[in-house]
Design a protein around this ligand. Structure first.
Ligand SMILES: [Zn+2]
Length: 157
C-alpha cells in the first residue's frame, strides 16, 4: 500500500489500492484482498490522507460457534507533513516526512485500523441464538424458581 508522492501537484488526488490480506501481516481470519480508497489533499507543507479500507474476514460466532463471513471496514485520516508545526486536527495521525521522502507507505496504518475495526463481540447475525442442543445441555436457572422452591419447602415444614 504505497503511493509515490514525488511530483504530486497541489490539490486532490484519488487512489484505489488492493493488496492481499496475508501479505499485509493481518490476522489469519482475514481473507482475500484489502481494498483501500485513498484521497490525498496536497498543500504546500503537508499531505492529508483520507483512507477508506475494507477486507473480508471469516470469523467464528461467539454464540453458536458457526463460521461466518463479514466485511470489516474502517476509515481514518492521517497527515504527512514536511514540517512539525503544521496545524492539524487533534485526532489525525501524524507522520513527519523527510525532505527526500517520496513514498507514503499506508500498509501499517491500514492494517492497524482494520484490526481495530473487528467487533469485540462476533455474532453471525444480530440476534443469533444458542443452538437448541446447547441450550438443552445448559438449562438456565431462573432465580425466581429457586425462591419458589424454598417457599414450598418452608410450607411443608
Ligand atoms: Zn451465531
Amino acid at each position: 500500500m504505497k503511493i509515490n508522492i514525488s511530483g504530486l501537484s497541489e490539490g486532490s488526488h484519488q487512489y484505489v489500492l488492493t493488496e492481499p490480506a496475508d501479505g499485509m501481516g493481518l490476522e489469519s481470519y482475514f481473507t482475500g484482498d484489502v481494498t483501500a480508497t485513498i484521497t490525498l489533499e496536497k498543500s504546500i507543507h503537508q499531505i492529508l490522507a483520507s483512507v477508506n479500507a475494507s477486507v473480508k474476514g471469516v470469523f467464528i460466532c461467539d454464540r453458536c460457534a458457526e463460521e461466518f463471513q463479514e466485511t470489516v471496514d474502517t476509515r481514518y485520516t492521517a497527515v504527512y507533513s514536511w514540517e512539525r508545526t503544521e496545524e492539524r486536527e487533534e485526532d489525525d495521525d501524524f507522520y513527519l516526512l523527510g525532505k527526500e521522502d517520496n513514498i507514503i507507505d499506508l500498509t501499517a496504518s491500514v492494517r492497524d485500523y482494520l484490526q481495530l475495526a473487528v467487533p469485540v463481540k462476533l455474532l453471525c447475525k444480530r440476534n443469533c441464538e444458542l443452538p437448541a442442543h446447547v441450550r438443552a445441555a445448559e438449562p438456565e436457572t431462573d432465580p425466581r424458581w429457586e425462591q419458589l422452591k424454598l417457599l414450598k419447602q418452608t410450607e411443608k415444614n
